[in-house]
Design a protein around this ligand. Structure first.
Ligand SMILES: Nc1ncnc2c1ncn2[C@@H]1O[C@H](COP(=O)(O)OP(=O)(O)OP(=O)(O)O)[C@@H](O)[C@H]1O
Ligand SMILES: [Mg+2]
Length: 252
């Protein structure tokens, strides 16, 4: 059974058909990339899968379960996590607190328990902080433990966002342009981090315009154009596909 299965997915915004009759499957344990020109529907696809948008029609199944009607936090509890194309970090919080937000998606901390500061919550918070610090080390931003988020450079914030996404302990992680705006060194660091995440057993789904990065780390690619599947296959198959070259790679 595939970890994620998308069947005949459609999303329209008024007259704009952002996703058109799209079907594909993601097996467990791969790095799977979604590529395509600007406006092809990549972020819309992530927003549909992560419960931010409701499909116009079609189905999304996570580990065999239909996700229709599930909110993002309910999907997080089922093992789905993501980052955003436009960095979403709270600049008035510390770096560690930003990562802790991710684990609260998975923890059972009801409002009243939190208000009463019951011992179980305090213990939970401590464990949560320790996990956040470990994840910051894992993501290569350990030296910013103790820093405010607004003291971190952009490249480090991109990795902090990945640490936060990992704090909910996902089975499948969606990364929307993790290398956007990064220089060559920072992109190489993101490349290594994604490989480490994949080696830890998390299935990674990547949207990225940096073709070198994509071709280097993906086992499978899906190419979107105008919301439709243009091609899919291994990096070698995609590189040689004439439709892809004409629509995307040739124009890059
Ligand atoms: N909330 C929305 N309301 C209306 N139209 C939208 C909305 N979100 C996306 N679109 C439209 O859907 C299409 C696909 O956009 P999307 O952001 O998914 O593309 P993308 O492949 O992520 O592009 P990029 O590479 O530039 O990030 C575009 O025509 C866009 O204008
Ligand atoms: Mg996008």
């Amino acid at each position: 059974m595939s970890l994620l299965r998308v069947e005949n997915l459609v999303k329209s915004f008024g007259g704009v058909h952002a996703i058109q009759d799209l079907s594909f499957e993601i097996p467990e344990g791969v790095v799977y990339s979604v590529i395509g020109p600007n406006g092809a529907g990549k972020t819309t696809l992530f927003n549909l899968i992560s419960g931010v948008y409701t499909p116009s029609s079609g189905e999304i199944l996570l580990a065999g379960e239909n996700t229709r009607g599930l909110a993002p936090h309910q999907l997080a509890r089922r093992g789905m996590s993501r980052t955003f194309q436009n960095l979403q970090i709270c600049m008035n919080m510390s770096a560690v607190e930003n990562v802790m937000v991710g684990s609260h998606l998975r923890l059972d901390s009801s409002f009243f328990k939190a208000m009463l500061r019951l011992p179980s919550i305090t213990r939970g918070d401590r464990a949560c902080r320790e996990q956040a610090e470990e994840l910051m080390e894992f993501a290569g931003v350990g030296h910013y433990i103790g820093s405010e988020a607004d003291a971190m450079p952009y490249g480090a914030l991109k990795r902090l966002e990945i640490a936060r996404a990992l704090a909910s302990e996902p089975k499948i992680l969606f990364l929307d342009e993790p290398a956007a705006g990064l220089n060559g060194t920072e992109t190489a660091e993101i490349d290594q981090l994604i490989q480490k995440v994949a080696q830890s057993g998390v299935t990674v789904v990547l949207v990225e315009h940096d073709m070198k990065l994509v071709m280097n780390i993906s086992q499978h690619l899906l190419v979107l154009d105008y919301g439709k599947k243009l091609a899919e296959g291994s990096p070698d198959q995609i590189r040689c596909n004439p439709d892809v070259i004409a629509a995307y790679l040739g124009a890059a």
